[in-house]
Design a protein around this ligand. Structure first.
Ligand code: COA
Length: 258
């Protein structure tokens, strides 16, 4: 598949790296969203072991392409395009890591929120500045940000448009790790490579159950977990992992991914 506004690199260690490459500020234009959706479909059709999504050094992504805004008719197309594309990455049955080196604003923050885990450089800046344009987040920000940092902090961020630097992002759970700028990509790739050699089907069940459980009651979530716990014992890796533990102790299993 040919891409013009991003690159998709499949590495030998099982990690796929998606790098946004839409000019200086990486606006998430209609065109870039369409390419991202294509990339998510391509990854879903031939799953890697893990995914890293990253952007430019100074700007991860500056959000929706404001020059493509118009009135409610345009909004009725742009909103679903964001939800669909970010949802396609969120739904990948693999660990999806965002590596954020600089500004992740608006849709950039929302794309990072659609990932399973966010590693930020010390120079990263997050924010949902839509309110400063007189609009609201349209790429999942009102929902995913509230689930990650809690409703009061999400409201404060979305109602003021305030930018949150890496250190604060780590404190409020918006970033999961903060590392020196020069270490960002190595750290994201190392974590992804480590996960990629794990029990991938069991990982997929884990991710599915956690995500589905977050949208339901505790009792329903526990029911999902019970089903997943039975399902996982049908995998080869569960047999490999348990046998390896009993024979050689913890952490020595060599999984097949199935
Ligand atoms: N959509 C379209 N164009 C954008 C953009 C966006 N989201 N963000 C920046 N640009 C454009 C600017 O208009 C400017 O264009 P110009 O060179 O033709 O004047 C160019 O990108 C560079 O932006 P500038 O603000 O001069 O760069 P900067 O390095 O000082 O700041 C940002 C970078 C990302 C911090 C700043 O541009 C910004 O805050 N952008 C808007 C973020 C936003 O509100 N996102 C939510 C959208 S709903």
């Amino acid at each position: 598949m040919a891409y013009e506004l991003l690159t998709l690199d499949r590495r030998d260690d099982g990690v796929a790296v998606v790098t946004l490459a839409n000019g200086k500020v990486n606006p998430l234009s209609r065109e870039l969203l369409a390419e991202l959706r294509q990339a998510a479909d391509e990854l879903a059709a031939d799953l890697p072991g893990a995914v890293v999504i990253t952007g430019g050094d100074r700007i991860f992504a500056a959000g929706a392409d404001i020059s493509q805004f118009g009135g409610p008719d345009e909004a009725a197309e742009i909103g679903p395009a964001f939800h669909d594309t970010i949802g396609a990455f969120a739904d990948l049955p693999r660990f999806v890591i965002a590596a954020i080196s600089g500004y992740a604003l608006g849709g950039g923050c929302e794309l990072a929120l659609g990932c399973d885990y966010r590693i930020a450089s010390e120079k990263a800046v997050f924010g949902q500045p839509e309110i400063l344009l007189g609009i609201i987040p349209g790429g999942g920000g009102t929902q995913r940000l509230a689930r990650v940092v809690g409703p009061s902090r999400a409201k404060e961020m979305c109602l003021t448009g305030r930018q949150v630097k890496a250190e604060e992002a780590l404190r409020i759970g918006l970033a999961d790790e903060v590392v020196a700028p020069e270490e960002l990509h190595d750290r994201a790739l190392a974590l992804a490579a480590d996960v990629a050699k794990g029990a991938l089907t069991a990982q997929a069940i884990t991710k599915r159950v956690i995500d589905a459980g977050l949208s339901t009651s505790l009792d329903e979530g526990l029911a999902l977990e019970r089903d997943g716990f039975v399902e996982v014992f049908r995998t080869d890796d569960s047999q490999i992992g348990v046998k390896s533990f009993l024979e050689h102790g913890p952490g020595k299993a060599e999984f097949t991914g199935s």
